[in-house]
Design a protein around this ligand. Structure first.
Ligand SMILES: [Zn+2]
Length: 95
């Protein structure tokens, strides 16, 4: 359905959003619509914001991260020791 079929369309405004990877996307909104604070970047899926110099942080949980990388990132020694102990116990056949 093209704009011609709907007749005169409501005025729209383009708003630029930038993601943490520097991608710019320009969705358009009806002038009376509320523009959201963030917009999902269509190229990488990161959230994008209207402040080019200060884009929203990328999502914390990234699917390609291994469990070990995730544990390391948290820098929790206690958790690390628990996992090591569990791994050692498995090696010894205790679990
Ligand atoms: Zn992006």
């Amino acid at each position: 359905m093209g704009e011609a079929e709907r007749g005169e369309s409501a005025p729209r405004v383009r708003v630029s959003f930038w993601c943490a990877n520097g991608h710019e996307t320009q969705p358009s909104f009806a002038t009376d619509a509320q523009v959201p604070d963030t917009w999902d970047c269509p190229r990488c899926g990161f959230p994008a914001g209207q402040d080019r110099d200060n884009p929203p942080d990328p999502p914390r949980t990234e699917p390609y991260k291994t469990h070990l990388a995730y544990v390391r990132e948290r820098r929790s020694d206690a958790d690390g020791e628990a996992i090591l102990a569990e791994a050692l116990a498995k090696l010894r056949g205790e679990i």
